[in-house]
Design a protein around this ligand. Sequence first.
Ligand code: BDP
Length: 722
Amino acid sequence: MQNKIAILFIFFTFIFQPGFSEDGYQLWLRYNQIDDESLLNSYKAAISGYHLEGNSRTNEVIKKELSAALSGLFGENVSELSSTSANGLVIIGTPANSSFISANIDKTSLNALGEEGYLIQSIKKGKNKQIVIAANKDIGCLYGTFHFIKLLQTHQNIDDLDIQTAPKVNIRILNHWDNLDRTVERGYAGFSIWDWHRLPDYIDPRYIDYARANASIGINGTVLTNVNANALVLTPSYLEKVKVLADLFRPYGLKVYLTARFSAPIEIGGLETADPLKPDVQNWWNEKVKEIYNYVPDFGGFLVKANSEGQPGPQNYDRTHVDGANMLADALKPFNGIVMWRAFVYSDEEPVDRAKQAYNEFKPYDGNFRDNVMVQVKNGAIDFQPREPFHPLFGAMPQTPLMMEFQITQEYLGQATNLAYLSSMYKECLDSDTYAKGKGSTVAKVVDGSLDNHKLSGIAGVSNIGNDRNWTGHTFGQSNWYAFGRLTWNHELSSEQIADEWIRMTFSNDEDVVQPIKDMMLASHEIVVKYMTPLGLHHMMGGDHHYGPAPWIKDMPRADWTSVYYHKADSNGIGFDRTETGSNAIEQYFPEVRKMFGSVDLCPDKYLLWFHHLPWDYKMRSGNSLWDELCYEYYKGADSVGWMQDQWHSVKGKIDQERYDRVDMLLTIQQKEAIWWRNSCLLYFQTFSNKPIPKSLEKPEMDLNYYMNLSFPYAPGIRPRW
Ligand code: BDP
């Protein structure tokens, strides 16, 4: 195995030589030679080489990365030097492995940075000026190295560096909804990158590049398998494969986790029950967990979807989520493993309002979970809709560490074809004020553990990665992976700063490229929301595959899988009344929030129809009637895609043709799809409002029947009905 890994390292140094084709494979880790000559010369004058002590595998990785980056960016070899006395050295290390660092870096500031934090400082010693990247652990040095490389990639001034940073959240993790047959549930970038069939012997070089990319943005965990879990992954032949991935990822600080199918004791253990209170079931899990740790000594733990959408769980045995989660937590505890128990549940009976279920089921359990259980909550109470108000569970379970679950894959946001920069959506949720402990109790503070003093904290993102050459299908899907990672490290970063970094590293530092792309990215989420689900509408996508508009869906096995259940359009008006006169879901929020969402006058327009059912001629803040406003929003959204195309066209010739063309074609598709959403939704709602589309707006080219009859049996990412 060691040999194989060595070969891989050589391979990856080879692929990351500059001049490699711009097919998107390199993500933001592009080390093409710096094209600004005077800047390049100033960097060359400041950096003569690097020095690193210690020979851990993480240190090997640091050397490879730094040498590939510096040689690429400088267009010439930059060497590793054995002494620390030269001018212009980049010195990397921990107080434990470097006497230079222990002598020159203030221990108190370093201690405050914890296990993963790092500092980057310019140090003057006599005639010498050096740059130090220091951390308490090797992994901090790797994170710091990536940060330092980013400074060069984004053309920052490195004269007087003084950077100190540590992650605000402990578990920064991707959730792959990848199946063992390599299909990816809600995946739009090809098949799974895990080549299970050829593992453990065949090691795809992508595994290393995947780990590099994650480490470069501080992601430190990965759940390899789908939440709709398959127990087979817990059998020895799969655990051998899991072990290989875990061994490869370890030097990059990336821990492996698996999804645990609750009925595994029956399916692969031969037991008759999976009842969590039965000693033989508990015993089976204890033994299984021990076995997993034999393969993967630093295994992270389990992610569990139980009693949701047909998945088995403790309720099958009249037990509770607490019984189920605690049983697994007890098995994992001796090894420091954790359970991420999902709150995305909904009962078999059709509810009056699905938005209320997770809160109703989980809040009463606050305080009953073991200390190695986290409850993983989606950002909103329904299901990753283009826009949702924050989930009322945030702030409502102070004794339980709540983990945030975002969706990076664009299941409901245009899938493989639409450009939507999701940092804006993540931030909107994280910055929301729950008022749990008065003003300023933001979702971010609940999640990072600071509001309730939790040691454990985490943010999960449902991955958008597949085996497409460019990883994410749409080039701009890469920006969502990137932004997710950056925000898990520091949720205080602005979407603008994250976009700025990503564009510079991914495309160019030319301001005429950075500015138009940034403007487009920052506006994109709002634009998509406007042409899909404006003014708080939600859940109006095509059935099963979730591709495209279908506000007319009314016949499904469950009412809460239909669209009509959510928009409730009728001749009187539109919207879901979640106030006291309706489902009263607003009651689940703290009084200040309840008051805002519950009042039509205070509720922001963007959430209006989420919380209120209003007449078609309801007078909006703008002075328009609700119907006219809805029309204007849909048209504004669809027209703005034309503006996005203009922004993109302005960078033609300033970036490589390959990626330019790809995005250009996708924007053309996005434009068509935006008009499709607009026309379908407005023509359909018009059958209730009986009002004309305002004269100033062009008429939809087709009739409603046409849109209702479109069918997409092979849309990607679909999953079988269980
Ligand atoms: C829904 C997806 C479904 C997932 C489910 C979940 O359509 O494929 O299994 O979320 O999060 O949005 O469990």
